[in-house]
Design a protein around this ligand. Structure first.
Ligand SMILES: [Zn+2]
Length: 364
């Protein structure tokens, strides 16, 4: 199996176009054309993780955090980034990062945190705009089903927990085939009227080319008529943070205890306890202070995240319990998530979780 096959599967799960503008997800070192000898999943691609891959004779490290993130101007081995990159390149190790694109899909980093807390009725806390399009095509009625099937198989027509969503309106199309054409119906040189169906479906923007290609393959016309329109709808399956409810309400102290148990924490930094029960839980793995206002608007009882600064705790305005559980701790289950989805797709392939504790923060 080629490394690019692994990448293309990961990108069908969390497409790179869903990453934030400042991010650097994707293949950072190595070549997609290489034969994949084994995969190590990690939160960080540190030098120790690269050494681990070399020892195991694996050549693909999949990390959540991109090892090259800001501008990199020198690679001389004087800092951890340079050392890691040099060791990876010298040993033909590919490093692939799946960062904010994995944060931004509901089954990703935050969905896994929610699963660990047994949250129900999950939705995205701050859904994204401008990631959806509408696709229309016009097809003779007897071929409508095969065109719809092709669109659905290519990933079009998902709305929330519904798939195969389309709207179909009957109408009449006209065309005149010109010289050199081979029309499916009608005769060259004469205007033809045909009973057609207008099929419309919603699709994630990154699937546009795939869906157009799929329709072209099965549509009977030589010239396929279609329109694609940008939508400003919120995409409820893509965006930052998630929110859900606990199966039963619990006291604040009990909930903090639950956090400590599930995420194996030595410490939780949090705002003052108000005595209100906790049931609605917002969360965001990693640095989530940008979502405090969204958690307040959504009337969450608690916001579980990391990297909250002193002044940001004040932003709770006594209306929200903010729980900072640590960056690594909040995202640690991403490693199992990556391993599980890869093992499911490639069951006979060697996929390991790193044995290296990459967390740079210690508590004493
Ligand atoms: Zn992170």
């Amino acid at each position: 199996m080629k490394i690019e096959e692994v990448i293309s599967f990961l990108e069908s799960f969390a497409h790179p176009s869903l990453q934030e503008h400042y991010d650097n997800s994707g293949l950072i070192t190595g070549d997609g054309g290489w034969e994949c000898k084994g995969i190590i999943c990690s939160l960080d691609a540190t030098e120790d993780v690269i050494k681990e891959a070399i020892e195991k004779k694996y050549n693909l490290v999949i990390a959540h955090h991109p090892i090259i993130f800001g501008g990199l101007k020198k690679i001389n081995g004087k800092n951890y980034v340079g050392k890691t990159i040099i060791r990876a390149i010298k040993n033909d190790i590919a490093i692939y990062a799946i960062h904010t694109n994995l944060d931004n899909v509901i089954e990703g980093v935050n969905g896994r945190m929610a699963k660990m807390l047994d949250l129900q009725n999950l939705s995205i806390l701050a859904p994204r705009q401008n990631t959806l399009k509408k696709f229309f095509t016009f097809v003779p009625a007897d071929k409508a089903e095969q065109v719809r099937n092709a669109i659905f198989a290519a990933g079009g027509g998902h709305i929330g927990n519904y798939s195969e969503c389309s709207f179909n309106a009957e109408g009449e199309g006209t065309f005149k085939a010109l010289a050199g054409t081979h029309p499916y119906v009608g005769q060259p040189g004469k205007r033809h009227s045909e009973k057609e169906l207008k099929i419309e479906v919603i699709l994630p923007s990154h699937l546009e080319n795939k869906i157009v290609a799929a329709v072209r393959t099965v549509h009977p016309y030589e010239e396929v008529a279609y329109d694609i329109v940008d939508l400003s709808n919120l995409n409820l399956r893509v965006g930052s943070g998630v929110i859900g409810v606990l199966p039963r309400a619990m006291g604040e102290t009990e909930f903090l205890g639950q956090l400590k148990k599930v995420f194996q924490l030595q410490v939780v930094r949090h705002t003052s306890l108000s005595g209100k029960p906790i049931q609605k839980v917002a969360l965001c793995g990693g640095a989530g202070s940008f979502l405090i206002s969204s958690a307040l608007t959504a009337r969450a009882d608690v916001f579980v995240t990391a990297d909250i600064k002193y002044h940001e705790f004040f932003d709770a305005n006594d209306n929200l319990l903010i729980a900072d559980i640590g960056h690594y701790e909040s995202e640690q289950f991403t490693i199992s998530l990556l391993q599980e989805i890869l093992e499911q797709k490639f069951p006979t392939f060697a996929v390991l979780k790193t044995a290296v504790r990459t967390n740079p923060v210690w508590y004493s």
